[in-house]
Design a protein around this ligand. Structure first.
Ligand SMILES: [Zn+2]
Length: 698
């Protein structure tokens, strides 16, 4: 019976006040298809009934919608298991049912009767007296629906639908072209000497590729990021670097995989789409859901950063050329595009070189977690301890479950899945939410459910009596992800739609995470995380300095590179298809590159046909968000610096304010307003520029 399958998938349990914990180990691949099919059917029926009989009140409209969304969230449990307990059966079942769940939430977001009821609620007496967070949930839902065309009628509505379908096709085509091209192009090497310097792992892949291609000898490099970085950063053979550079930088223009007409049509349709729903251009539509108040404000920030970074970027290139001359490098007087990555790696090694593998011995997982948890305890006045409840459901015996308490009361919980499990666990590190703080999910007389998060890492498992060891990057990612989780776990909002990270604008969502990473730049704190696995000794001063200082190596050029992308993205979505003088998107990109970058490049080189972020990802008129959030994080951390990073009492005052505003209020109010509550003013780029050594602070 399919309803039995659904009941099994939807089973949850509790650990004290932490409720709605999925029983991970009982999710059976065989239940997924019948269970989710039954779920979608019943959700459709419930939704259709709601559309029929909807009453424009909070209880008659918003709550029933949220309840349906809660039920659909079981798909998240299955998705998580495909990443940490992979099996072909589970993945196939998930792939089969996911589209129906996505279609169901689209239907809900595009329902005219629901939209009309929301507008009626907003303008009713109840609507005028809603709490701040409810008013925001309602307003954001209405605006989101309007942006997706729900208010249109007749021919305009038909056209909108057509555009949407075509855009989905085009971005898929964009991605597929790049994939197909990657699979079909090769940089071939016959002579082993040419591989000098290339990392072994990259050589192995290219040898296997050659064998796959039926070549008995030689190496075939796919034209992708792995080969590109391996060769451009490390191959001593300059002509090999040139060959790979030219191949990689001309992706998306070969006749069979030409993305140029695709992206042009995407841009034109986006402009038409924006106009249909009442915006001057697509950039304005994109910003309607973001923290940045206007395209002018985005340009102002990009210009400020560029002015600060440009002179520093020029000095960086001069220093690199001097280093090349010193090393007797070919092309030192006039570096070619394919010299930059290679020689900057050599320069970085000379200036800051440390052995990344040897560093692992200093980052013992239990000690790193302790250091992170005591930081969180010191800042936010909570205690973190592993749960003593041995019945908490986990997906693997190595997974740990922690409780977060304030004044003795549990306020949140989180899972940590620390070690790599080749074959069933995806690489990398990430966090996810499991349960949100939500009045509608409250059990017993609780005010609301309590937030639960999960962390997945891929640290090296314990072996031979030694604890698990982490790379520096893994430690940094853990801090980043834990920063996201503080916003989820310390939320003070009981409305699920606006608690935690929900409704936090896209361009400010990386504030909490990048802020938390900043602690690793503080030497005493970084030192305290380290202890050699055999001797217990902390990392020496010189290496700590190298780690911290290397973060700013070539930072001005990295900034200009990001600004080039951000400016191109913004200019295209603001002006292409509107300003008749702009006929070729690539020209916009090339002009921006000439204006922004100080590194050598090929004259007609344009990364646009391979710029998946904006043509096949979620970054359209949003690439600037990287910089926007960095500015926020640096400015927020500056408040802690001003208090004194080693002054615990003052630090706690700032941290409490941060917890009560940025972390506690999250998306329940506009990000700019929340930030002002924390800082007493808007963020400025000064702190970021000072941290990166791009301006001098008095
Ligand atoms: Zn993040």
């Amino acid at each position: 019976m399919s309803t039995d399958a659904l009941a099994r998938l939807e089973q949850t349990t509790s650990s004290g006040p932490l409720t709605h914990l999925p029983i991970w180990s009982e999710v059976d691949a065989a239940d997924v298809e019948p269970g989710i099919t039954a779920l979608v059917e019943s959700a459709q029926a419930e939704f259709a009934a709601l559309e029929e009989s909807v009453v424009p009140t909070w209880a008659g409209l918003v709550e029933p919608l949220e309840r349906i969304e809660h039920r659909l969230s079981v798909i998240g449990t299955i998705m998580h298991l495909t990443s940490v307990k992979y099996s072909d059966e589970l993945q196939a079942a998930y792939d089969k049912v996911r589209p129906a769940v996505v279609a169901m939430s689209n239907t809900m977001n595009q329902s005219r009767p629901i939209y009309e009821a929301m507008v009626a609620l907003q303008t009713s007496a109840e609507g005028h007296s809603l709490s701040i967070e409810r008013a925001r949930i309602l307003d954001e839902s209405i605006r989101g629906m309007e942006r997706s065309g729900v208010a249109l009628t007749g021919a305009e509505q038909d056209r909108y639908k057509q555009i949407k379908e075509r855009l989905a096709e085009l971005s898929n085509m964009f991605k597929t072209n790049l994939l197909k091209e990657e699979m079909s192009s090769r940089v071939k090497v016959a002579n082993e000497e040419r591989l000098d310097g290339v990392p072994d792992a990259v050589i192995e892949i290219s040898r296997a590729q050659a064998a796959d291609d039926g070549a008995e000898t030689g190496w075939h490099f796919l034209v992708n990021a792995v080969s590109y970085l391996g060769i451009l950063q490390h191959a001593t053979d300059r002509s090999l670097r040139e060959e790979m550079y030219r191949a990689f930088r001309s992706r998306g223009v070969q006749p069979e995989f030409d993305n140029r007409p695709v992206l042009k049509e995407i841009l034109e349709l986006r402009q038409e789409q924006a106009k249909l729903v009442g915006f001057d251009n697509y950039a304005a539509l994109s910003l309607d859901a973001k923290m940045a108040p206007s395209t002018a404000a985005v340009w102002e920030l990009l210009d400020q950063l560029e002015q600060a970074a440009r002179p520093a970027a020029e000095s960086e290139m001069e220093a690199l050329a001097a280093f090349m001359a010193d090393q007797g490098a070919e092309g030192a007087n006039d570096p070619a595009p394919w010299d930059i990555a290679f020689w900057s790696e050599r320069q970085k090694e000379a200036l800051y070189g440390y052995d990344a593998e040897a560093l692992r011995d200093y980052f013992q997982l239990p000690k790193v977690l302790d250091g992170l948890f005591s930081l969180i305890t010191k800042l936010y006045g909570v205690e973190i301890a592993e749960s003593s409840d041995t019945n908490v459901p986990v997906w693997d015996p190595s997974v740990q479950f922690f409780e977060v308490r304030r004044d003795g009361d549990v306020i949140a919980g989180f899972y940590v899945d620390p070690y790599s499990r080749p074959g069933e666990k995806r690489g990398g590190a990430w966090m996810n939410t499991v349960v949100s703080r939500d009045r509608l999910l409250a059990a017993g007389n609780a005010e609301s459910s309590l937030p639960v998060a999960l962390f997945v890492m891929n640290a090296r498992p314990p072996a031979d009596g030694r604890p698990g060891l982490m790379s520096l990057d893994e430690v940094r990612t853990l801090f980043h992800e834990f920063g996201h989780a503080t916003q989820h776990m310390f939320t003070e909002i009981n409305e699920g739609g606006a608690s935690g990270m929900n409704l936090v604008e896209w361009d400010s969502v990386e504030l909490a995470s990048q802020f938390n990473e900043y602690w690793m730049e503080h030497k005493p704190f970084l030192r305290a995380l380290t202890a050699h696995v055999d001797t217990g000794e902390p990392l020496d001063d010189d290496t700590l300095d190298r780690i911290i200082d290397s973060r700013n190596f070539l930072v001005a050029n990295a900034t200009l590179r990001q600004l080039h992308f951000a400016k191109t993205d913004m200019a295209l979505h603001q002006r292409f298809g509107i300003d008749p003088a702009l006929t070729d998107p690539a020209q916009v990109d090339i002009d921006m590159a000439v204006e922004t970058l100080v590194t050598p490049r090929l004259e007609d080189e344009s990364p646009l046909p391979a710029f998946g972020h904006i043509f096949a990802g979620g970054y359209a008129a949003g690439y600037y968000s990287y910089k926007w959030a960095e500015v926020l994080a640096a400015d927020a951390f500056a408040a802690f610096r001003e208090a004194g990073l080693d002054n615990d009492a003052e630090l706690q005052v700032v941290a409490t304010r941060f917890r009560e505003t940025v972390l506690g209020l999250g998306g329940s109010r506009p990000a700019a307003e929340v930030y002002r509550l924390f800082r007493g003013r808007d963020a400025t780029p000064d702190a970021l520029l000072a941290d990166q050594g791009l301006i001098n602070v008095a």
